[in-house]
Design a binder for this molecule. Structure first.
Ligand SMILES: [Zn+2]
Length: 264
């Protein structure tokens, strides 16, 4: 055996294990032992939430509806959909959320939305990227739900855009905040079909001809802060599908979950 050849595979193996371990440890630390509280602002170093607020955040883990991401009370096995997904299927293919919308989640969402707490976005985006791994895998672009200009005036920035930017850093899926436009719901009803009116009432999202060409054939992940009924996201998804996006998925920070769902 030549000197130096034998240890190489071992070194490689250890390197691989070490790399994997480091990644796993970093991930675990990221999730389990954050060093800055973005919720209660207790003086800790780094970023994230303090242990107390962390335990209050209700992260959504499997089992959940593969379509809507609604948590199940027990695991029904693969491909079992929630009642909601069957009864009222949305235009988007899949939805995922990092956490349930509860008191702590609301603190984070409101901080980002109304109090210029842009420092919250990186941690929230990191959790979203984790929850949306399968959606982001192979996606072509991130599109944040746009604010109407009137609402945008009252705020310095679009919180969905800030979250999408944070997810872009985590996933390397490109943020395209310029493609989807929000217009007045009641301005362009004349001359539209009934189906078009219905979608207009829901929020009226449009793409320019140029934007449509960029969305055509692409897999889009729509990003928003909170999913309640999903009507806004559904209207956005329909606009993107009309522009011939190949698939639209939805990734939000928090979703409203009434009660744990029993799969059917
Ligand atoms: Zn805290």
């Amino acid at each position: 055996m030549e000197a130096g050849t034998a240890p190489t595979p071992l070194r490689r193996a250890l390197g691989a294990i070490g790399g994997a371990w480091t990644h796993a440890a970093k991930f675990a630390l990221d999730i389990a032992l954050p060093t800055l509280c973005v919720s209660c602002r207790e003086p800790v170093e780094g970023e994230g939430v303090c242990a107390e607020c962390w335990t209050k955040l209700a992260f959504i883990e499997p089992p959940y509806c593969p379509r809507l991401g609604i948590p199940f009370v027990y695991d029904p096995g693969p491909d079992m959909l929630s009642m909601e997904a069957i009864a009222n299927p949305p235009a988007y293919t899949r939805a995922r959320a990092a956490v349930r919308y509860d008191d702590v989640a609301r603190t984070l969402v409101h901080g980002l939305k109304y109090h210029d707490r842009t420092d919250l976005a990186p941690a929230m985006g990191r959790w979203m990227a984790r929850a949306g791994r399968e959606l982001l895998n192979g996606a072509d672009m991130l599109i944040p739900v746009p604010l109407h200009w009137r609402r945008a005036w009252g705020r310095r920035f679009n919180q969905s855009g800030a979250l999408a930017r944070a997810i872009e850093r985590q996933s390397e899926v490109k943020l395209r905040g310029d493609l989807l436009q929000r217009v007045r719901a009641t301005e362009q009803q004349v001359g539209l079909t009934r189906a078009q009116r219905a979608s207009n009432v829901q929020g009226a999202f449009q793409l320019s001809a140029e934007a449509k060409s960029q969305v055509n054939g692409r897999r889009v992940v729509l990003v928003d802060d909170v999913l309640t009924t999903g009507a806004t996201l559904d209207a956005c998804a329909r606009a993107l599908l009309r522009a011939k996006a190949s698939q639209v998925d939805v990734l939000v920070f928090a979703r409203v979950v009434d009660t744990p769902k029993t799969p059917i």
